[in-house]
Design a protein around this ligand. Structure first.
Ligand code: NDP
Length: 259
């Protein structure tokens, strides 16, 4: 018997990067995994997990659209009976000087990172309450601890995720639902490539790959994180070992930020 046998786990943005590593981890521990993402290749990602003997389905879902989010959780319940764990991982970032940051960029970032996470929590809670409990895990960022240059919208969206986590945790504590957030540091994904290129251009004359590698030197452990580093913490928070942990925001960053 594995830790999550019989449990159903929804992972938004689960088709690649950190989200795919999370989906893979839950699948490898016996969960029924529902990968939700914006793009049509979500089914391909689910098929990749099934090819490894896991139980997984893909659902196309824009987390900023309530109707998509409702359909996502309905599909999960119809297919597997319940939703036990929901990981709000879908996120976007852009990088711009304050005078250049558009209102559209601000709104889109808040819509995906903060409102999207809320809509998923809301729909998951509706189903978890009637099912006797569950686990919500929200992906914030090191930028929810320490906002970085040229990303005020992203930092605001992730601070928002942390506040929302605390508020919801208090509201649903007696329903058997825990709500926690995590703050990844510097993790190698597509987001890393974008950050390296754009920050690299804005902060100085960096060759591709140089900027992020130089930031890695600020990490006490002197290595960037991998998706599996994040997935391990998420799986712990979803497990019975974390029954008494709620409303917390935990860093997973090799010691980059120690507060
Ligand atoms: P990626 O860019 O690799 O993946 C982002 C995921 O979010 C993709 O699956 C994408 O789907 C999905 N997504 C974007 N918009 C929507 C939407 N409207 N509806 C549904 N899904 C959407 O990012 P990472 O894996 O690096 O990041 C995952 C999370 O971790 C994000 O919340 C990010 O902010 C956070 N984070 C990442 C860090 C890092 O260093 N990488 C550091 C700190 C936090 P699609 O591919 O279909 O567009």
């Amino acid at each position: 018997m594995q830790r999550f046998t019989g449990k159903t786990v929804v992972v938004t943005g689960g088709n690649k990067g950190i989200g795919l590593a999370i989906a893979d981890r839950f699948g490898s521990e016996g969960a029924n995994v529902v990968i939700a993402s914006f793009e049509a290749n979500v089914e391909e990602a689910a098929a990749g997990l099934r090819a490894k003997g896991m139980t997984a389905i893909g659902v196309v879902c824009d987390v900023t659209k309530r109707s998509d989010v409702v359909a996502l959780y309905n599909t999960a319940v119809q297919r597997f009976g319940t939703v036990d764990v929901s990981v709000q991982n879908a996120g976007i970032i852009t990088i711009a000087r304050v005078e250049d940051l558009t209102e559209q960029e601000w709104d889109a970032t808040m819509d995906v990172n903060t409102k999207g996470a809320f809509l998923c929590c809301q729909e998951a809670i509706r189903r978890m309450r009637s099912n006797g409990g569950g686990r919500l895990i929200n992906i914030a960022s090191g930028q929810a601890r320490d906002g970085f240059i040229y990303t005020p919208h992203y930092a605001a969206s992730k601070f928002g995720v942390m506040g929302m986590t605390q508020s919801l945790a208090k509201e649903v504590a007696l329903d058997g639902i825990t709500v926690n957030a995590i703050c990844p540091g510097i993790i190698r994904t597509d987001m890393w490539d974008y950050n390296d290129r754009v920050w690299g251009e804005m902060l100085g004359d960096y060759e591709p790959g140089e900027l992020m590698e130089s930031w890695v030197q600020n990490i006490p452990m002197k290595r960037a994180g991998e998706g599996k580093d994040v997935a391990g913490l998420i799986a712990f928070l979803a497990s019975a070992d974390a029954d008494y942990i709620t409303g917390q925001t935990i860093n997973v960053d090799g010691g980059l930020i120690m507060s």
